[in-house]
Write a protein that binds this ligand. Structure first.
Ligand code: OOG
Ligand code: MG
Length: 237
């Protein structure tokens, strides 16, 4: 049954066709849902993609409130999801993409953060109306679609209260602080290690958005600025 759920999610993503909330309807608990997520991502790996990191989700109140799920979740990042800073995200292959500002950490083999960077994450729920319960979003790889990372720098002493801006076409559309991410985004690193169970040297960890996500419209140029860490931008085509 779990393999069939993974296949339905995979097809939904590949064809950009939304599906009903199949995991919560099937009564899956979180543990079973993570098994489906692993099977879903295994299908991407079988097509030649590589695991390059993990993402945390719903680590801020703003995100929990936006989607109505109040538990921290995680997902798997592959090289097929990466977008270079300043380049283009193809939204024609997505259902109803949203974009959000993130803080990214670079990990060593022990799961310590060796560098930090501003990041943008494009999320795209494979469910109709971007609506889901906890099990649904977990099996859907926590809505992961694409992400871009700015320049890495050594982790400064305090990253727990940095201003975060999300701009669309030069206008500020969301304002927040890294304090919104579990009180301190470094907590996302220890939580990510605990949740994922393992990491590899060179993996990226997305700590979760500090603000609500905004719809990503074709043609938009979106930039995230994190105080002291710099900026990262993408254009939607
Ligand atoms: C779930 C993914 C949440 C974050 O940064 O909180 C996430 C969603 O909002 O669809 O990526
Ligand atoms: Mg995110």
């Amino acid at each position: 049954m779990t393999a069939e759920l993974a296949e339905r999610l995979d097809t939904a993503a590949l064809t950009a066709t939304p599906i009903p909330q199949i995991a919560s309807r099937a009564g899956l608990d979180a543990a079973a849902a993570y098994t489906v997520q692993e099977q879903l991502v295994a299908r991407r790996l079988a097509r030649g993609e590589r695991l390059v990191g993990i993402k945390l989700g719903l680590t801020s109140r703003a995100k929990m409130a936006q989607v109505g799920v109040d538990e921290v979740i995680w997902g798997r990042l592959t090289d097929g999801m990466t977008v270079a800073d300043g380049s283009t995200v193809d939204t024609s292959r997505l259902i109803h993409p949203r974009i959000e500002p993130e803080v990214a950490f670079l990990l060593d083999a022990a799961g310590n953060a060796t560098a930090v960077a501003p990041a943008l994450e494009v999320i795209d729920s494979r469910y109709a109306d971007f609506r889901f319960a906890l099990a649904d979003v977990i099996v859907d790889n926590s809505s992961a679609a694409a992400y871009a990372i700015g320049s890495w720098r050594p982790v400064p002493d305090g990253v727990d209260n940095l201003g975060v801006l999300l701009e669309v076409d030069g206008r500020v559309v969301q304002i927040g602080s890294t304090a919104a991410i579990l009180g301190d985004p470094r907590r996302a690193v220890s939580q990510g290690l605990r949740l994922a169970g393992r990491v590899e040297a060179g993996w990226v960890l997305l700590a979760g958005a500090a603000t609500a996500a905004v719809p990503l419209a074709k043609g938009a140029y979106v930039r995230a600025v994190v105080e002291g860490l710099g900026a990262v931008g993408v254009r939607a085509s």
